[in-house]
Design a protein around this ligand. Structure first.
Ligand code: OOG
Ligand code: MG
Length: 260
């Protein structure tokens, strides 16, 4: 794909699906020639449109960083997307299932950066040195594709299924052994899924370093103040109206959301 018109046309299709809350077949069925770089071109066009509408970028998300997520989605490479301030839900807040297509929740470690981070060759040490807070977080994903059936170019174009996100109060990173924290995602008081932070690339800070390196390929950095969702630790869990979801991570605390 090389023509700007195609990027705009595919962005239109994804935007219509999001606004109408109707899932569509993955875009590579009509455009089998699309590659990963094309997926990021479409994502960039969607981000440009949101910014033109007055939304602002508050951070980034990594996705498909754990074996469980890769297996659930049948896709095997980390990807990144953009987080808008308008999609942030306060800790303990409410989200309407009806505002989404088929939302699912994921337990994640969120990083809040005190200082900018840039690649290439960003290290775990530089990520931790730049981090103000580490927090338990919940990502509410909502693929625009039918039955979450996608390949890498399709999911990247769809801003990596980004829906909303909730970040807990968190803690300062000093002395947190980030590679071995127990994680439980509760739904209505019962464990729906559990895992450890090591599931994310051995250490979620490595996911943030990888993000800084990926952004550096396009000449961008992670600005101070950014929130980074480092990727789902377990497979995602479907939610229904009435559900109360809590993510508990050793040392980092909790994040919670209620679905109406
Ligand atoms: C793609 C987004 C994956 C994660 O944390 O792995 C993601 C999807 O699974 O729909 O956000
Ligand atoms: Mg996620």
């Amino acid at each position: 794909m090389s023509m700007a018109a195609d990027v705009a046309a595919i962005a239109d299709v994804l935007d219509r699906a999001r606004v109408a809350r109707v899932a569509i077949p993955r875009i590579t069925i009509d455009h089998p020639e699309l590659g990963i770089a094309d997926g990021y071109r479409v994502q960039k066009e969607l981000v440009r449109r949101r910014l033109a509408e007055g939304h602002s970028i508050i951070g980034y998300k990594m996705g498909l960083t754990s074996p469980q997520k890769m297996k659930q989605m049948g896709v095997e490479s980390p990807i990144y997307g953009v987080l808008f301030e308008s999609t942030r839900v306060e800790d303990g807040g409410r989200v309407a299932v009806a505002d989404h297509i088929h939302p699912m929740v994921e337990p994640e470690v969120a990083f809040v950066l005190a200082r900018a981070l840039h690649g290439p060759r960003c290290s775990v040490e530089s990520v931790l040195a730049a981090t103000a807070r580490l927090a338990a977080a919940i990502e509410i994903i909502d693929s625009r594709y039918e039955r979450y059936q996608f390949d890498l170019p399709s999911v990247i174009a769809d801003n990596t299924s980004a829906g909303r996100f909730v970040v807990g109060a968190g803690v300062a990173p000093a002395s947190v052994e980030l590679a071995s924290l127990g994680v439980v995602l509760e739904r209505n008081g019962e464990a729906a899924t559990a895992g450890t932070s090591a599931a994310v690339l051995g250490n979620p800070a490595l996911s943030v370093a990888m993000l800084a390196d990926l952004l550096a390929e396009g000449g961008a950095e992670l600005p101070a103040g950014s929130i980074v969702m480092s990727g789902g630790i377990t497979a995602a869990v479907a939610v229904s109206p009435g559900d109360h979801v809590v993510c508990r991570i050793d040392r980092l605390g909790t994040a919670a959301v209620r679905f109406d």
